[in-house]
Design a protein around this ligand. Structure first.
Ligand SMILES: [Zn+2]
Length: 283
């Protein structure tokens, strides 16, 4: 190896400090792959990838960059704003290659109010090495974005627990939980988007709903996966509604009575109150 500089699948000239710059072909193709064309909910992000420029580095080291419209609506060239908390993950996938596992993370668009206005952070890194060489052999790739109801876990290929949350409009959401990967996500049938749900925050809502106060259980989110069969669809639905009230991932609207118990509705109102208990995992 001639250099240890992380190339991110492109020459170091392209990843130099000159900003704004265009996405490299590898970055562009990888980010668009995280945003399936056939799902309407990904179109806005696809347009951002197609038209925005890399305006600088993020705070997480090599491979972490920030995209923005070069001419933003305030008429100024955007500068990366890394002072705000890291935005939640919008899309995630892994490309398994002869050079290691390359992970790609795209965060939610941040819409500010001043000249920084819009920015979109992504991270493409080799999980097994410092660098991503310009050429490698691809073995497999998977992401969450392609998932839809009835499919197996994209990570491990195993069966996932699915909970259907029926809106009164008839358009359902599917909450999916993979115990072997310890991941959960929600699929929105209205736009096809798959939102990753941070385990800790979801579990907090579940414990509130179940009124579990024993810290041995209430503070250990791993119980969610270990004891998954002990939670009913209604419990898990209530936990999701509580979570979504705090960190809105989807437009829930009214939920059909058949999928939510009366107690879940109580939990919904109760959980909307104290915001200070938001803790933990930042997906
Ligand atoms: Zn899995």
């Amino acid at each position: 190896m001639s250099t240890s500089f992380p190339t991110n699948g492109q020459s170091s000239q392209q990843t130099g400090s000159a900003f704004p710059r265009a996405l490299s072909e590898f970055e562009r193709a990888t980010l668009l792959w995280l945003l399936p064309e056939h799902k309407p909910g990904y179109q806005h992000y696809r347009r951002c990838i197609e038209t925005w420029k890399v305006i600088g580095r993020g705070r997480r080291g090599e491979g972490n960059f920030i995209l923005a419209p070069v001419e933003n609506p305030a008429g100024k060239t955007g500068a990366p704003d890394t002072s705000a908390p890291l935005a939640p993950v919008f899309a995630y996938g892994v490309i398994e290659t002869s050079a290691g596992k390359i992970s790609a993370t795209l965060r939610e668009v941040e819409e500010g109010q001043s000249q920084r206005d819009f920015q979109l952070e992504f991270e493409i890194v080799n999980l097994d090495s410092e660098t991503i060489p310009e050429t490698f052999e691809e073995r497999r790739r998977w992401n969450f974005s392609e998932w839809s109801s009835g499919a197996q876990c994209p990570m491990c290929g195993q069966h996932v627990r699915e909970i259907t949350i029926q809106r009164v409009t008839g358009i359902a959401l599917t909450l999916a939980i993979c115990p072997s990967d310890k991941r959960l996500w929600i699929y929105d049938g209205s736009d096809g988007v798959v939102h990753l749900i941070p385990v800790t925050n979801f579990y907090n809502e579940l414990m509130m709903h179940k009124r579990v106060r024993d810290p041995e259980i209430a503070l250990d989110s791993q119980h969610l996966f270990r004891d998954l069969s002990s939670y009913s669809d209604s419990d898990l639905t209530a936990a999701f509604i509580g979570y979504n009230n705090l960190r809105k991932k989807v437009e829930l609207g009214a939920i059909a009575q058949t999928t939510v118990s009366r107690r879940s509705f109580f939990s919904k109102f109760f959980s909307a109150l104290p915001k200070s208990r938001q803790t933990g995992l930042k997906l």
